[in-house]
Design a binder for this molecule. Structure first.
Ligand code: SAH
Ligand code: SF4
Ligand code: F3S
Length: 442
């Protein structure tokens, strides 16, 4: 009889993708997914340690599931970046935890479960896999019920920005061979996938360190040729590695969607230097200009940190100047959070929590207005929307995304899922667009 697995996921798209990969592996061990932890035989918490808030979620989640362990004997595991960071300490701290699965150890999951089910025991797998076997594709067995899929093209990060834990929990940067990536995407297209999102910490550095391998823009060209794939996206890009060839790809490749997520982190050169980002605000702005010159309809989103150690009022004001200049479609803004072991953790000019909070609110207030205006500017336009499924707000509506990655809700039939349809935008809201399907569009 099938058993049930419940997976709770925090963090970035890489973690979302890893959760999907774990589910696929577990299907081979006769586990089916459940959305109700109460009926689960296996509970996995896929964790993120990028900032304090997501990191702490693992302990409250574990607290919630303690009872299920006692009452139902559910097996409990922690995966992801906190698992990688804490390793055996997690097993020591949480006596009812059965396994800790590091970021390179996902493929060991079926084996660990077999051992636990047969003989019990508690396991911790956090060795880094230098050969990169953990990057190998784990494809869905048959036809895929989804419209879009992530595809990992590289893992890890060698940038060591001074605030960031990611290089420590995801290991060294490693690109997958392009032949493997292209094969995976061909298989996904055969299974009905229409959109791929290429994943990596700095995808535009793709190919670095792989002898004779193609670069990122050439990889995009080859994916653009794959029959059945209609849209290509990628995340995240590093401003330092944003080449002219990539900028050109946005106007040359028909399937490459007009959206880029290009974190800038701060608008102050002094702070950027302390962060070890490797670019100046001027060069960031020049790149944005070049992107818009090539592709005027391009949607641009970014990440920004407020309250990095030593950030003064004037640095923060420069960050505000930058966001006013660029007019981002959306912005993910964070208060600086000290991460043990990172370079910035040693700096002693930490910014007070109260000031960080005030700066965050000011910045978010400005951006909220810009995002709304950007969405309102879509009113009256006709957009190509790839339909993804039923809308969360109403059974009558379906939902999809524009090429610029805006969510659109409109009246329609679920038969349209997986199709690209023309939709006239009737209203722009803070987080989405409303539209109506154009039936007579040629
Ligand atoms: N590889 C991506 C981002 C990875 S982490 C890049 O280089 O852009 C996602 C975002 O979390 C970062 O862009 C940054 O804005 C934020 N972040 C990372 N570490 C942080 C920290 N210690 N405190 C606050 N925000 C942080
Ligand atoms: Fe972190 Fe910097 Fe690497 Fe991005 S580039 S993952 S922010 S170290
Ligand atoms: Fe978090 Fe790990 Fe992603 S720290 S942001 S889940 S790489």
């Amino acid at each position: 009889m099938n058993k049930r697995v419940y997976i709770e996921t925090y963090g970035c798209q890489m973690n979302e993708h890893d959760s999907e990969r774990m589910l696929r592996l577990l299907e081979g061990s006769y586990y089916l997914e459940t959305r109700d932890p109460q009926e689960a035989d296996l509970i996995l918490i896929n964790t993120c340690s990028v900032r304090e808030k997501p990191e702490n979620k693992v302990y409250s989640a574990l607290g919630r599931y303690k009872r299920l362990k006692e009452e139902r004997g559910a097996v409990i595991g922690v995966a992801g970046c906190v698992a990688q960071q804490e390793g055996p300490r997690l097993l020591d701290r949480v006596p009812y935890l059965d396994m800790v699965i590091g970021t390179h150890a996902i493929s060991t999951l079926p084996d660990l479960l077999e051992k636990i089910e047969a003989k019990g025991g508690r396991f911790c797998k956090t060795e880094f896999d230098e050969k990169g076997n953990y990057l190998k594709s784990i494809l869905p067995p048959g036809s895929h019920p989804k419209v879009k899929s992530f595809v990992t093209i590289m893992q890890g990060c060698d940038h060591y920005c001074s605030y960031c834990i990611v290089p420590f929990v995801r290991g060294r940067e490693k690109s997958r061979p392009s032949a493997e990536i292209l094969e995976e995407i061909r298989c996904l297209a055969e299974r009905g996938i229409k959109e791929v999102c290429l994943l990596g910490q700095n995808v535009n550095g793709y190919g670095r360190g792989l002898e004779g391998e193609i670069g990122f823009s050439e990889l995009l060209c080859r994916i653009n040729e794959i029959e059945g794939i209609e849209r290509i996206r990628f995340t995240t890009s590093h401003p330092k590695d944003l080449s002219d060839a990539l900028i050109k790809a946005f106007s040359d490749l028909s399937k490459l969607c007009e959206h880029i997520h290009l974190p800038f982190q701060s608008g102050s050169d002094r702070i950027l230097e302390k962060m070890h980002r490797g670019y100046s605000t001027l060069s960031y702005l020049e790149r944005i200009e070049r992107l818009r010159a090539r592709c005027p309809e391009m949607a641009i989103t970014a990440d920004v940190i407020v309250g990095f150690p030593g950030e003064e009022e004037k640095d923060f004001n420069q960050t505000l100047d930058l966001i006013k200049k660029v007019q981002f479609d959306d912005l993910f803004s964070f208060k600086y959070s000290t991460r043990r072991g990172t370079g910035a953790a040693q700096l002693d000019d930490q910014v007070e929590e109260k000031i960080k909070q005030e700066r965050l609110e000011i910045l978010q207030g400005i951006q909220r207005e810009v995002t709304l205006q950007k969405n309102v500017a879509y009113e009256g336009r006709t957009e190509e929307v790839l339909v993804e499924g039923c809308s969360k707000q109403s059974d009558q509506d379906i939902t999809g995304r524009t090429r610029t990655n805006k969510s659109v809700n409109f009246k329609g039939d679920l038969q349209l899922v997986g199709k690209v349809v023309p939709v006239r935008i009737t209203k722009g809201f803070a987080h989405s667009l409303r539209g109506e399907r154009l039936l007579n569009a040629s």
